[in-house]
Design a protein around this ligand. Sequence first.
Ligand SMILES: C[S@@+](CC[C@H](N)C(=O)[O-])C[C@H]1O[C@@H](n2cnc3c(N)ncnc32)[C@H](O)[C@@H]1O
Length: 284
Amino acid sequence: MNAPGGLFRAKEALKSAVMDPKTILQEVLRRSGKASYGKKVFWDAVDRPHYAYCVYQAASQAKSIGLHAISVIEFGVAGGNGLVALERIGRDVEAELGVKVHPFGFDTGSGMPEPLDYRDLPYLWRKGDFEMDVDRLRERLTDAELVLGNVRDTVPSFIHDYDPPPIGFIAFDLDFYSSTVDAMQLCDAAVERFIPRAFCYMDDVIGSDVEIHCEFVGELLAIEEFNTGHQDRKMAPIHGLQHKRPVPALWNSQIWVLHLFEHPEYGHYIEQPRAEIFDLSLED
Ligand SMILES: C[S@@+](CC[C@H](N)C(=O)[O-])C[C@H]1O[C@@H](n2cnc3c(N)ncnc32)[C@H](O)[C@@H]1O
């Protein structure tokens, strides 16, 4: 299908502006050459705001504990639009925060594998869906590394093969429960391979009315099982994230954080930008 034309996009922009005036501010910010990247991310005035939020937060956390580089990972690349976006976001974050961002993309390269059982939601996805044009994508990529093969085989040797900087962000978009469980083996890597609280985007926890996600199948089941099987590491959503955003959005309910309680820097004190809110001395 062709991308929607200019007239269609203009009509959609006008409709949004009438329904929600905040979209005007977002559009102004998006085009601004002066606004900081952090401000654009705060207002969701960027492409793939969920990736941008996670990468920005991960890089800020890394900076606060003296790290100069992080890895960001997309599990499930398909055509590659997400990985290309991740590269762009990485460059923008690095330009603002001075933390180098290394993107990695994992995919079979040949589309979805065979679903194993009902937990893979075969009523939604079939073998071969989302095939990748590997050569075309490789031509487009500049910073990202493509790790091709079934994650069941590529994840166990990833750290050894690539020696990536500490992982700050993982997008889980493999659709299947079985693939997500295999990808989550990465979360068992040595603690220094992560920032203390690594951001995760879980794509397949909300979907169309046909996609009826619950904790007994799919990604939500993989998360449950990960948490049951780990004492020192837990994956948890950011409580109330939508209330902290000036533009609440669906993606706010798709962000989890991998907490590594045994990380030597987990308790490292982080000075907050608005330190005055912590001044609780008695007022005159
Ligand atoms: C929905 S697509 C990803 C879309 C992409 N993140 C984006 O935003 O454009 C899901 C991808 O997961 C990949 N995938 C699923 N199971 C996999 C596995 N076990 N190993 C490697 N890749 C897998 C499929 O090949 C498919 O391309």
